[in-house]
Design a protein around this ligand. Structure first.
Ligand SMILES: Cc1ncc(COP(=O)(O)O)c(C=O)c1O
Length: 389
């Protein structure tokens, strides 16, 4: 746990806050980078209050202090993965609770709801939150929680977080926003009225595809207590080494993201012109259906592009495999560009009819734009598009 509002000046900019962590827990050595504390246990009664790593470790605290500073919120709690962070939040519900969910969520979040938490009596209702009527009807469902992502994975729908929070806050219904695609640098769900902002730190926050992690951000003390309880009681904690890597990764997050965003905007414009591309979706393009909301609540459009190829499943798969600089792989947000074919990868576990209803058909691909030179990425994509039958 760390309180950014107490420990940090509000004046430093995002670069400074990403680079400077608080206490290193080894100040007598003058170390610039904090050490890794792999110890599973700590001597009873030590001055920093550590006892056993499942319920706290210096590397968790260092990472939590940087994360809460970057998000400018009261509390950040770290977990072993984005899915662990999701599990921690859902574990705070009780049997009979209804969660009103945006219908386009990351496949493993859908799976956690439908295949795990349903067994414990947690119900879900799936709605399209880009339809304003569904926002106005929120209170009719009396949900115990509202769950959304924005931009969504993989359709890049942009949901009006403030509009939903205003309605939900009338009855103190917690709004949870999975902010993995945007990061705290481009979008601040808590400032927009949400109760909880959540990120897979595996993605942009770490940025180097070499550690798994998750984090939950809130200004609410009670929620913070519930989350630290979930961290230790369910064994959802990260490893000290992964926290150390993520702390290191964050230092370059603003640099990485600004380069990735610039690359993405340019690439989206170029590939949109290709005859084999049916459409391109990128939140900060004027042809994006939610462009107005995106520019209202985000600082930039992120570095994910979704596009639909005029191609069969087989040919779309071959296109993905044939690229030189885009590795066909799950995940996103690293410095290296990746390509994903949701129908056969991230959303393969989603029921076929539901997948099609969500627009995730066989020609859909998702690009995670990295930090390479934009000319090389464009050249790579254009050559592979030219070959597409
Ligand atoms: C939007 C979103 N949320 C959560 C997760 C889960 O994160 P992790 O893989 O770190 O468990 C992912 C993973 O891709 C994601 O895309």
């Amino acid at each position: 746990m760390a309180s950014a509002k107490k420990d940090w000046q509000e004046t430093p900019g995002a670069n400074t806050r990403s680079i400077h962590h608080g206490e290193s827990f080894a100040s007598e050595t003058g170390t610039v980078m904090p050490p890794i504390f792999p110890s599973a246990t700590f001597a009873h009664g030590n001055s920093k209050g550590f006892d056993y790593t499942r319920s706290g470790n210096p590397n968790f605290r260092i990472l939590e202090s940087v994360l809460s500073s970057v998000e400018e919120c009261n509390y950040a709690t770290v977990f072993g993965s984005g899915v662990s962070a999701i599990t921690a939040v859902l574990s705070c519900l009780k049997s009979g609770d209804l969660v009103l969910c945006e219908e386009n969520l990351y496949g493993c979040t859908v799976r956690a709801f439908e295949k795990v938490f349903k067994k414990f009596g947690i119900e879900t209702k799936w709605v399209d939150f880009t339809n304003l009527e569904n926002i106005q009807k929120i209170l009719d469902f009396s949900p115990a929680m509202i769950w959304l992502e924005s931009p969504t994975n993989p359709m890049l729908k942009v949901i009006d977080i403030n509009e939903i929070s205003v309605v939900a806050n009338k009855r103190k219904i917690p709004v949870v926003v999975d902010n993995t695609f945007a990061t705290p640098l481009l979008q601040r769900p808590l400032e927009l009225g949400a109760t909880i902002s959540l990120s897979s730190t595996t993605k942009y926050i770490n940025g180097h595809s070499d550690a798994l992690g998750g984090a939950v951000f809130t200004d609410d003390h009670e929620w913070h207590e519930r989350l630290t309880f979930a961290q230790k009681s369910l064994g959802l904690q990260p490893s000290p080494f992964d926290c150390w890597l993520i702390t290191r990764g964050i230092k370059t997050m603003p640099l990485r993201i600004s380069h990735q965003v610039k690359n993405a905007l340019e690439i989206a414009g170029v590939i949109n012109e290709h005859k084999s591309v049916a459409w391109v979706r990128y939140p900060f393009r004027t042809d994006h259906p939610d462009y107005e909301i995106a520019t209202k609540q985000m600082k930039a459009g992120g570095a994910i592009i979704t596009l639909k190829l005029k191609a069969s499943q087989q040919n779309t798969y071959s296109f993905c495999k044939g690229l030189r600089y885009f590795t066909m792989a799950e995940s996103l947000g690293g410095i290296e560009s990746l390509i994903c074919h949701p129908a056969t990868m991230t959303h393969a576990s989603v029921d076929h009819d539901i997948r099609l209803k969500l627009g995730i058909d066989d020609g859909l691909v998702r690009l995670s734009i990295g930090c390479e030179d934009v000319e090389d990425l464009i050249d790579d994509l254009q050559k592979a598009l030219d070959k597409l039958k």
